[in-house]
Design a protein around this ligand. Structure first.
Ligand code: COA
Length: 434
């Protein structure tokens, strides 16, 4: 057996040394969220500000704040590309300083394959095991696809990164350099669902049969639906993102994964984001399987599971049922993520239903999220031909198989009462209602 410890020592260096290996014009990238190594990107930002390297591209997904290269003075020096704006990159996207890669999450590995230009991959991993493998811990996502394509791979070993199982390992023989940095894991605030979200969770729960397989997306409503499902039996989890609300459901005994037709007995996920509760839960947990996103979010995989229920959030919806979940008008907010992957997959699932939930209003009841037309410039995340159910605190509009007039009536019936008259007037003006 090879002595992997020796190999580790030989490859162990500093973040500054790794950053010094980046060449002018290199395309660098990290996998989703917790996969981005703080010490390496900080060292790279320093080299850029010292004019030691130029024309570097840096790609990231769901990037969190606290990194120098995201500061306004850096933008332009490093060409940043976000595949999904997170709290760290949103402002840069809105001011045009960070470019955007429109894509479904399931397609990320395919896009890297298409581009064939991934020079350098940086990633965070948990400590090496005796076989020379590092677990990616809180993610699998697009990482394995990127590992296959990257010309150079550098890792940041973080003792705080949980060790998880699945298809999310990298072997020491695949990496050129290692640095160590024990950053605390990024945690989302532990927020409890509000009354409106609880109402939406309750409506959706009525459509969830025992034994259903569940996906819960990012955003406030996920916590509420999690709570609304605690009395269900034998639920299964197959989800892009594993969050606190899913851990609560598992710990409450509502999830056994015993009815799933794929990965029976296992909670399947592609990345995790939440509080320490989630990271403790996934650590060395043989019941959790972290798998690449081009498998987990593949609509044809999702569609093979009966009674698949997906719940995601939206920012606005028009009378046709086009859902925007990623921009406020033309201003980027997040990204498509896996929303459309699940809407599409659920359509194939026997007995499946997809729900897009949103409060009926935004900005203290001054804006209706149900609109005659999407705001100019808003990105369509879920297409009108694929949309199924829209949920607000006033109920569920079931749009699949409905005409435009029927959709409009259903949507107005779940709009905030203060906007219903105005929406009806607009629908008549557009000759949708007569
Ligand atoms: N017009 C103007 N502003 C709006 C708005 C609208 N129609 N809808 C929401 N906003 C504002 C809110 O007021 C809030 O502003 P604030 O931060 O100043 O309070 C902000 O936009 C976020 O809205 P909120 O409804 O709280 O968002 P959320 O955190 O619940 O997230 C999505 C909702 C849609 C942004 C999020 O789910 C997402 O990014 N989805 C896309 C990807 C996806 O669904 N992936 C699925 C698998 S993970």
């Amino acid at each position: 057996m090879r002595n992997y410890e020796e190999s580790y020592k030989a490859k162990l260096t500093t973040a500054e040394d790794i950053a010094s290996r980046i060449q002018n014009g290199d395309v660098c990238a990290s996998p989703i969220c917790m996969g981005e190594p703080y010490s390496i990107v900080q060292a790279l930002a320093k080299r850029v500000s010292d004019h030691k390297v130029e024309n570097v591209q840096l790609h990231g997904t769901l990037t969190m704040p606290g990194k120098d290269y995201l500061a306004p003075e850096f933008q332009g020096s490093i060409q940043c590309v976000s595949w999904f704006f997170g709290a760290g990159s949103r402002k840069g996207g809105q001011t045009g300083k960070i470019d955007y890669m429109p894509s479904n999450y399931s397609d990320y590995p395919m896009i890297w394959n298409l581009r064939q230009n991934l020079d350098v991959l940086f990633m965070v991993v948990s400590p090496m095991d005796k076989h020379g493998y590092f677990s990616m811990g809180a993610y699998a996502g697009e990482a394995i696809g990127m590992v296959r394509l990257a010309k150079h791979i550098y890792i940041e070993v973080n003792e705080n990164m949980p060790r998880t199982y699945g298809e999310n390992f990298i072997h020491i023989s695949q990496v050129e350099g290692i640095c160590e940095y024990n950053a605390p894991l990024i945690e989302l605030p532990d927020t409890q669902p509000n009354e409106l979200e609880k109402k939406m969770g309750g409506y959706i729960a009525e459509f969830v049969p025992n034994g259903a397989t569940i996906q819960l997306g990012i955003g406030g409503v996920s916590g509420a639906i999690g709570q609304a499902l605690v009395d269900k039996k034998d639920l299964g989890i197959h989800t892009e993102m594993l969050s606190d609300s899913i851990v609560d459901l598992i710990e409450a005994g509502a999830v056994t994964n015993s009815s799933k037709s794929i990965y029976r007995g296992m909670t399947v996920s592609s990345f995790c984001l939440g509080t320490k509760k989630v990271y403790d839960f996934i650590d060395q947990n043989p019941g959790v399987c972290m798998l690449p996103v081009d498998y987990v979010n593949n609509p044809y995989i999702i569609g093979q599971m009966d009674d698949f229920i997906s719940v995601n959030a939206g920012l606005e919806v028009d009378f046709l049922g086009q859902v925007c979940a990623e921009s406020i008008g033309p201003m980027p907010f997040s990204g498509s993520g896996g929303q459309f992957d699940y809407v599409k997959g659920v359509k194939i699932s026997k007995g499946g239903r997809s729900f897009i939930a949103m409060n009926s209003t935004a900005k203290n009841d001054t804006i209706s999220k149900i609109k005659p037309m999407l705001t100019q410039g808003a990105a369509v995340t879920t297409h009108k031909n694929e949309v199924d159910c829209i949920v607000t605190e006033y109920g569920i509009a079931m749009l699949k198989g409905k005409t435009m007039r029927e959709r409009t009536k259903e949507l107005i019936s779940i709009a905030h009462p203060k906007f219903r008259e105005e929406l009806t007037f607009e629908a008549k003006k557009l000759n949708i209602l007569i």
